[in-house]
Design a protein around this ligand. Structure first.
Ligand code: ATP
Length: 161
């Protein structure tokens, strides 16, 4: 059957949006706790149903590192200093207008400096400290779990406690 005057090829009517975000695993010593003797912060979203790592979109003229520090600070209420790149994750989702979006999120390890999770952003339902192993169990997304596993190795390799 002729397609003349009919549907456009799939590629042209199915645009893909590319998004880049950055976030972090912020940690502090927890000497009495289990290996690697550190706690990390997660935020909960979607009415508290999902625990995830703090992150957000990269603004114009901002480096990935600047975004990560800003987003962690805004979402969790905590200031940190960079302690290395953990890695990045990529996932797909649909925007409200049904455009497909391919998103890459760059994650950095951060050493806690100051602040309280009570000052978390109103855009997240909660922000809380977890022992690293508990955080790995609590997160909903596989990518977050992978980033936390890597962060655990990085924290364990640091002679800071
Ligand atoms: P940002 O915090 O970067 O501004 P956002 O709040 O606009 O992002 P996302 O958090 O990326 O949007 O959520 C968009 C969709 O992707 C939601 O359906 C969410 O459930 C899903 N999502 C969020 N994080 C992940 C992940 N790590 N792996 C897979 N899907 C995810």
């Amino acid at each position: 059957m002729s397609q003349e005057g009919g549907l456009m090829p799939r590629e042209t009517k199915d645009p893909v949006r590319i998004q880049t975000s950055a976030g972090g695993v912020i940690y502090r010593p927890s000497p009495g706790g289990p290996f690697p003797f550190a706690e990390v912060v997660l935020v909960s979203v979607k009415g508290g149903k999902i625990w995830t790592l703090p992150k957000g979109k990269v603004d114009r003229r901002e480096s990935l590192e600047e975004t990560a520090l800003r987003e962690v600070s805004e979402e969790t209420g905590l200031k940190g200093e960079l302690a290395g790149k953990i890695g990045e994750i990529t996932y797909w989702y649909f925007l409200p207008d049904r455009t497909r979006c391919k998103k890459t999120v760059h994650f950095f390890l951060m050493k806690y400096l100051s602040g309280s999770t009570e000052d978390h952003d109103w855009e997240v339902d909660d922000a809380a400290w977890f022992q690293v192993e508990d955080a790995i169990k609590a997160v909903s997304y596989r990518g977050d779990r992978e980033m936390l596993e890597k962060a655990k190795e990085m924290i364990a390799g640091k002679a800071v406690f």
